[in-house]
Write a protein that binds this ligand. Structure first.
Ligand SMILES: NC(=O)c1ccc[n+]([C@@H]2O[C@H](COP(=O)([O-])OP(=O)(O)OC[C@H]3O[C@@H](n4cnc5c(N)ncnc54)[C@H](O)[C@@H]3O)[C@@H](O)[C@H]2O)c1
Length: 370
C-alpha cells in the first residue's frame, strides 16, 4: 500500500507518492444524482485531481450538476464523453444496474475506474469487470465507503498482526430507518429511494444496497467467508406494492449467519426499518486474546478494545485510531502513482459472490458454501 497515516493524526504520503503530485488526474463523473454530489465535493478538495466532465441520461440533472460544480463539459451520452473528453479516470455513480455496462465501456476506453457499490448485480458480472480491469492494466476500485473509518483500518491491522488472537465470534449490523421515518425525505414520492425498492429497476434490495457494506466491513479484519445462511424479507408497502411506477419487490430486511474461513461464526443483519437509526454501523470482534467494538454512531476514528491478560479481561479501553485516507484520496493517488490500492474490483467481486450466496440461501432455505 502506498499510503501511510494509519494511527497518525495527519495523512502522510510516501516519498514516491509526493513525487507524482505534480500530475493532475482528470476525472469524469458518470451519474449525477445524490451520491455524485458528495463524490464531486470530495474530489474537488483533493490536490492532484480535477473534475472535468459530467454525464447523466437525465439532461436537466446533468445541466444543474454542471452549473453547481463549474463543469462545462456535460453529456447525456457516455460514448460521446469518451470520444470528446480528455480524461484519465471515471467515477461511476449511476444506479447499480448501470455499473457493469458503464465500467466495461470505461475500461475499453482505457480509463481508470472507481465504481460505486455494489460492483454489479451478480458475481459473474462483477468478476468479468475485475478480469477486464486487470487485463487492461487500469486502476480499479469499488467505493466501500465505510473503509474511510480509521477505526476499521486499525481493527484490521490489529487482527492481521495477531493482537486479537484467533477471532471466534463476530457480530455486525447496518441499520437504516428511512422506510419508517422521514429523516431522508418521503421515499413514496422520490425516485432516488423508489428504485432501491424495485428489482426491475435493478436493485438487490437492502442486501445489495447496504448489506454489501457491512459484509465488507465485517470481513475486512477477519478474512474470507466460507459459508452463509440468509433470510430475506420484503414487507408490504403501499397498495399492491406499486408506487410511482415502481414495483416494490426488493428485500428490505436481511439476517445472515456466516462462517469465516478461519472458523469464526458471525451474525450480520441489516434493514431499512430500524427507526430511529439513520445510518448505524456496528461491529464486534471477539478474539481469544482481545475483543474490539466499533460503533460508527459514536466515532469513525476510535474503537474500544478489551485485552485478556492471563485469564483476566481488562476493562474496555478507547483507542484513538488517527486518520486514514478516504477511498477517493486512495483512488486519485493510485492513478497518479500507478499502484493499485484497496478495495479493488477483485474485493468487490468477492463480496458480490457472498451476495449471490445469500440470495441462493434465502431461495432454497439452506446454507450455501463459498
Ligand atoms: N458508497 C456509498 O456509501 C453510497 C451511498 C449512496 C449511493 N451509493 C451508490 O451510488 C449509486 C448512485 O446512487 P444515488 O443515490 O446517487 O442514486 P440517484 O438515483 O440519486 O442518482 C443516480 C443518477 O444516475 C443517473 N443515471 C441512470 N442511469 C445512467 C446511465 N446509464 N448513465 C449515466 N447516468 C445514469 C440517473 O439519471 C440519476 O441522476 C448507486 O449505485 C448507489 O448504490 C453509494
Amino acid at each position: 500500500m502506498c499510503l501511510e497515516g494509519l494511527g497518525k493524526k495527519s495523512i502522510v504520503l510516501s516519498k514516491k507518492a509526493c513525487e507524482f503530485r505534480c500530475y493532475m488526474v482528470k476525472l469524469a463523473v458518470i451519474g449525477t444524482g445524490g451520491m455524485a454530489h458528495h463524490q464531486v465535493e470530495s474530489f474537488q478538495k483533493i490536490e492532484g485531481c480535477r473534475v472535468v466532465a459530467a454525464c447523466d441520461i437525465d439532461e436537466k440533472r446533468v445541466c444543474e450538476f454542471g452549473k453547481k460544480f463549474g463543469l462545462e463539459a456535460r453529456y447525456t451520452d457516455v460514448d460521446r464523453l469518451f470520444e470528446e473528453v480528455d480524461c484519465d479516470a471515471v467515477t461511476i455513480v449511476a444506479p447499480d444496474a448501470a455499473h457493469h455496462p458503464l465500467t466495461l465501456k470505461a475500461i475499453a476506453a482505457g480509463k481508470h475506474v472507481l465504481c460505486e457499490k455494489p460492483l454489479a448485480l451478480c458475481a459473474k458480472d462483477a468478476h468479468e469487470m475485475s478480469t477486464a480491469a486487470e487485463a487492461a492494466g487500469v486502476i480499479n476500485m469499488v467505493n466501500f465507503s465505510y473503509r474511510n473509518s480509521s477505526a476499521i483500518q486499525m481493527a484490521s491491522k490489529l487482527a492481521r498482526s495477531g493482537e486479537l488472537g484467533t477471532i471466534r465470534h463476530v457480530h455486525a449490523h447496518y441499520l437504516q430507518g428511512w422506510l419508517a421515518q422521514d429523516d431522508w425525505g418521503f421515499w413514496e414520492t422520490s425516485p432516488q429511494w423508489l428504485w432501491r425498492l424495485s428489482t426491475k429497476a435493478g436493485s438487490m434490495g437492502v442486501l445489495g444496497d447496504i448489506g454489501v457494506h457491512i459484509l465488507d466491513f465485517a470481513g475486512m479484519p477477519v478474512g474470507s467467508y466460507r459459508s452463509v445462511n440468509c433470510k430475506l424479507k420484503t414487507f408490504d408497502k403501499g397498495e399492491n406494492n406499486l408506487m410511482g411506477g415502481y414495483e416494490l419487490d426488493a428485500n428490505d430486511s436481511a439476517i445472515i449467519t456466516a462462517e469465516f474461513s478461519n472458523g469464526a461464526l458471525a451474525t450480520i443483519h441489516t434493514t431499512r426499518w430500524a427507526q430511529p437509526h439513520s445510518n448505524s454501523l456496528r461491529l464486534n470482534l471477539y478474539g481469544d486474546m482481545a475483543s474490539i467494538e466499533i460503533d460508527l454512531d459514536e466515532s469513525y476514528s476510535t474503537l474500544k478494545i478489551s485485552r485478556i491478560l492471563g485469564r483476566k479481561s481488562m476493562p474496555w479501553e478507547k483507542l484513538d485510531c488517527g486518520a486514514t485516507p478516504s477511498n477517493f484520496q486512495r483512488f486519485i493517488l493510485a492513478v497518479e502513482t500507478g499502484v493499485q490500492d484497496q478495495p479493488d474490483f477483485a474485493r468487490g467481486a468477492a463480496i458480490q459472490s457472498v451476495l449471490d450466496a445469500c440470495f441462493e440461501s434465502d431461495r432454497n432455505d439452506k446454507t450455501v458454501a463459498l
